[in-house]
Design a protein around this ligand. Structure first.
Ligand SMILES: [Zn+2]
Length: 423
């Protein structure tokens, strides 16, 4: 089962991106699953006395619920910044473009987004239709001001509106500030001479808090075990627990309240509806490729799959995916020229080990993987998509890697071809 996770951070937050360069530690916009999983596990272990000197790694010290709450069957998803608690954040797909002069979504809700951008155009369906041999004329620039279109990166959020209304989309503006701190001398525990360093932290705006949302996955028993452990380790705060998350916690950063609740808002239409709406059509509405079902996977977190030789693989074709899933459509074809992929290496700090994690290259969040399968494989396609949406794809799924959205409605809503027809 999937549960909704909300994190409200009071004050600045720093989730480090790699090792510091020149005394500057750069921060991420989002919170990887391993970061909040590690923060919770550390709080629980500390409360149980398992982090005392000489006690580390002694299984006997661990509370009995620990294995259930943090085991490989649970998944701590990536948490994305959102404008408020009712939103669902996600990385913008690498297929989107926006006006060079005024980038961003055109309109928001509640007067938000006023004076915002000139709209977001998504190129995935245009590229897919071209791949299928359909010619399509696109206006070369921004539909509002004819300015050049640029790649548009970052985080977006969506909120379902009441019945009959469309989902609202908004660009999430992440405010950052370089916090300069004095280095401490380990020997004397006073300010070290000539050592300054800078932390590239996220800082809240006017409402004094940063909001992040995402999902946690596990059985109801595992959730109960997690609740019990947190009750014993962290003070209650409202409907959640007061925790510390991220880097520089000793410097007062990352004070947060975590809530894990039953998911109520539904941010995406049912899978079958999304798949149906995604199928490319000709100008007269007829299916452009009636012999196949096309679909796309948007990565909400890094994706690590290995090829037959065990090497991290950047072209996740059917043969590469096969070992990671139980249901794979026969004749599944990876559309390399339609997909937009980016490669990144990630590292981190293992709280439990007190050591840096090995650097690992993987496909980056925001990458879009396009596939098609024979139309007769419809049931297998749906089973495959359901499996990867629920359980994640590839390796390190327990820390949220491999989280995907199948046929994200954003591709359709912002379809650049549709915009061109409107004009
Ligand atoms: Zn414009």
């Amino acid at each position: 089962m999937r549960w909704q996770v909300r994190l409200r951070v009071e004050g600045p937050l720093l989730v480090g991106k790699g090792t510091p360069t020149q005394n500057v530690l750069l921060g991420r916009d989002y919170i990887p699953g391993s970061v909040w999983r590690g923060a919770l596990a550390e709080a629980v272990l500390r409360a149980a006395g398992a982090l005392a000197p000489g006690a580390a790694g002694q299984a006997a010290e661990l509370p009995p619920e620990f294995g259930l709450a943090f085991g490989p069957e649970t998944r701590f998803g990536f948490l994305y910044p959102v404008p408020g608690e009712k939103w669902d954040g996600f990385p913008l797909p690498l297929t989107v473009r926006s006006c060079k002069a005024r980038p961003g979504f055109a309109c928001g809700v509640h007067g938000r987004g006023k004076g915002g951008g000139h709209g977001v155009l998504d190129m995935l369906l245009v590229t897919l239709r071209r791949h299928l041999g359909l010619a399509e004329e696109l206006s070369p620039g921004c539909p509002e001001c004819r300015e050049r279109l640029d790649r548009f990166r970052g985080v977006a959020a969506r909120m379902p509106l009441s019945a009959g209304q469309d989902t609202a989309y908004e660009t999430v503006k992440v405010r950052r500030q370089l916090l300069v701190r004095v280095g401490l001398d380990r020997r004397t525990e006073t300010a070290a001479d000539g050592v300054l360093y800078a932390l590239d932290a996220q800082v809240p705006g006017r409402d004094r808090a940063l909001y992040f949302t995402g999902t946690w996955r596990g059985t109801p028993e595992a959730l109960h075990a997690l609740h019990q452990l947190l009750d014993g380790a962290c003070p209650r705060a409202g409907d959640g627990w007061a925790i510390r998350v991220g880097t520089a916690r000793a410097r007062g950063l990352g004070r947060a309240v975590l809530e894990i609740t039953e998911a109520q808002a539904v941010f995406l239409p049912p899978l079958e509806e999304r798949l149906e709406a995604f199928q490319p059509r000709q100008g007269d509405g007829q299916p452009a490729d009636p012999d196949h079902l096309c679909f796309a996977l948007l990565l909400k977190a890094p994706l690590l799959v290995r090829d037959a030789a065990g090497v991290a693989c950047g072209l996740p074709a059917a043969a590469v995916l096969a070992p990671y899933v139980t249901s794979l459509p026969v004749g599944l074809e990876f559309l390399e020229t339609v997909s937009v992929l980016e490669w990144e290496s990630s590292d981190g700090w293992a709280m439990a080990w007190g050591l840096p994690k090995p650097v690992q290259a993987a496909l980056a969040p925001g990458s879009v993987l396009a596939y098609r399968a024979p139309a007769r494989e419809r049931r297998a396609v749906l089973a495959f998509l359901e499996e990867v949406e629920n359980g994640g794809l590839g390796e390190r799924t327990a820390e949220g890697w491999g989280e995907v959205v199948a046929c994200d409605p954003l591709h359709l809503k912002c379809d650049a071809g549709k915009e061109a027809v409107k004009q």
